[in-house]
Design a protein around this ligand. Structure first.
Ligand code: GDP
Ligand code: ZN
Length: 458
């Protein structure tokens, strides 16, 4: 979608009632708009002016603060006007309508989702990874995720990516310069220590990838599905996991009545736990119940890990055998034997060939630490203490692809079979992949997809 460059406006604060609410406008020049909205008043740049917001007929809609940020020193890099009024949905809608009407002669229109941030990107106020971090910071569901998003927003992630691009480019230019002098090719790799330079780049790329992959965990979290017969202790286990040192965070949108989805966090990693209250496999259930069960199995399909709860005293029932058969292939399953306070087992974990068996008591809260550690292990979480980048899947894919091209480059630089032009070509491909992260070579349609996921007003 090609968006016009005419000025835009939108309500920038979240829908609903709030102490204050903000209407924001951005455009190449907002002088006329300001003159129409506030006749006879001059807004001092970057200073708050307390002022009535009036309708065209002079009626006062609200009063509040007007803030004017002349471009390029603004969020979008254009002129930006912010009107802070009271945060009621109706009053903000009236204020927005007034702004749109006052800007009609300038072609002022309602902003598309993410369009303010998109303009900030197009005007080089932010690169693409930073623009994505804006959305991720707003959507962060744990403190650790927010911290990493803010790290990416500050440009720390972009900087390490830029550094990799620069190192790769320098090496490639060195190689390409040599291509014009075939008699020197043979010694070139030795003399310039090209292999050594490449090894250094690959090592830094691996570090960045690890920090990004860990950060991605903070963003995506882990989908955990709890299955087991009624009364085996699923709800109790959920509560125990969510206990004292684990904060309950927002429930996931789209939670239906048939399943309970709760997001808890362990060491900052969101765990989306789906309690599949009483999956039954027996015949003779009604249609409504069947739909509920089918939906539950749909959730099981999206699981990163399945916790299959069993009664340590009773052992598996016939229904449990059926459930196990229906588990999707390839998803790790932990058999959690509950109620060891009744059965007399000790808390323990046993990773045997067929499955992981974990003995605990949800009620007595023994063995819960073992389960938390096992979930973190399955998630691939390593506590390194280094700062993480709240990377997206897109970033990880690009980093991985860059890594593959660098590996190919290494092969073309091998002692016995060296081919400098292929070496240079692989470096160029790696460089393109890395650049796509910060947006230097990102196609328009991908930009459209990225920004359309923002809300209006961002
Ligand atoms: P759900 O139907 O699978 O969600 O099971 P609940 O969590 O509702 O638990 C069913 C019953 O088992 C409740 O009375 C719990 O107090 C009890 N229960 C759960 N875990 C334990 C445990 O570890 N030990 C004992 N003794 N009772 C438990
Ligand atoms: Zn329950």
């Amino acid at each position: 979608m090609k968006l016009s460059t005419s000025p835009i406006a939108a309500i920038a604060t979240a829908p609903g009632r709030g102490g204050i609410g903000v209407v924001r406008a951005s455009g190449k020049s907002l002088h006329e708009l300001i003159a129409t909205l506030f006749p006879g008043t001059k807004l001092t740049p970057r200073h708050a002016t307390y002022i009535p917001f009036k309708a065209a007929n002079g009626d006062v809609i609200d009063e509040g603060l007007a803030l004017y940020f002349p471009g390029p020193h603004s969020y979008t890099g254009e002129d930006v006007l912010e009107l802070q009024g009271h945060g009621g949905p109706i009053v903000l809608q009236m204020l927005l309508s007034r702004v749109l009407e006052a800007g009609a002669a300038l072609d002022l229109r309602l902003a598309e989702p993410g369009e303010f941030t998109r303009r900030a990107f197009l005007n080089d106020k932010l690169d693409l990874a930073q623009a994505e971090a804006v959305a991720d910071l707003i959507d962060a569901s744990t403190e650790a995720a927010a911290k990493s998003a803010s790290q990416s927003l500050s440009g720390a992630f972009s900087q390490v990516v830029h550094k990799l691009v620069d190192q790769t480019t320098n090496l490639r230019m060195l190689v390409e310069a040599t291509l014009d002098f075939p008699e020197e090719e043979i010694d070139f790799l030795e003399k310039s220590n090209a292999r050594g330079q490449l090894a250094v780049i690959i090592e830094s790329l691996e570090n960045v990838f690890r920090q990004a992959a860990q950060g991605a965990l903070l963003r995506e979290g882990l989908n955990v599905v709890l299955v087991g017969q009624p009364n085996v202790g699923k709800s109790s286990l959920l509560n125990a996991l969510a206990g004292a040192d684990v904060a309950i965070v927002t429930p996931i949108a789209g939670t239906t009545r048939d399943k309970v989805t709760e997001t808890i966090q362990i060491e900052g990693i969101p765990l989306n736990i789906i309690d599949t209250a009483g999956i039954r496999t027996d015949e003779g259930i009604d249609v409504v119940e069947r739909i509920g069960i089918e939906r539950t199995w749909g959730e099981v399909g999206k699981a990163d890990v399945i916790l299959h709860l069993l009664d340590a005293g009773l052992g598996p029932s016939a229904a449990d055998e059926d459930i196990v058969k229906a588990f999707p292939q390839g998803v790790p399953v932990v058999r959690v034997w509950n109620k060891i306070d009744l059965s007399g087992h000790k808390e323990s974990i046993d990773v045997s060939a067929d499955a992981t068996h974990l003995y605990l008591s949800a009620h007595e809260k023994t063995g819960i630490g073992l389960l938390r550690a096992e979930l973190l292990r399955i998630a691939g979480w390593q506590q390194t203490g280094e700062s993480l980048y709240l990377a997206r899947e897109r970033h990880l894919i690009a980093l991985r692809a860059a890594r593959e091209h660098l590996d190919l480059a290494r092969q073309h630089a091998a002692q016995d079979d060296q081919s400098l032009d292929l070496f240079a070509e692989e470096l160029r491909l790696a460089q393109d992949q890395l650049s796509s992260i910060t947006g230097r070579f990102t196609p328009d349609d991908l930009l459209g997809v990225i920004f359309s996921r923002f809300c209006i007003g961002k």
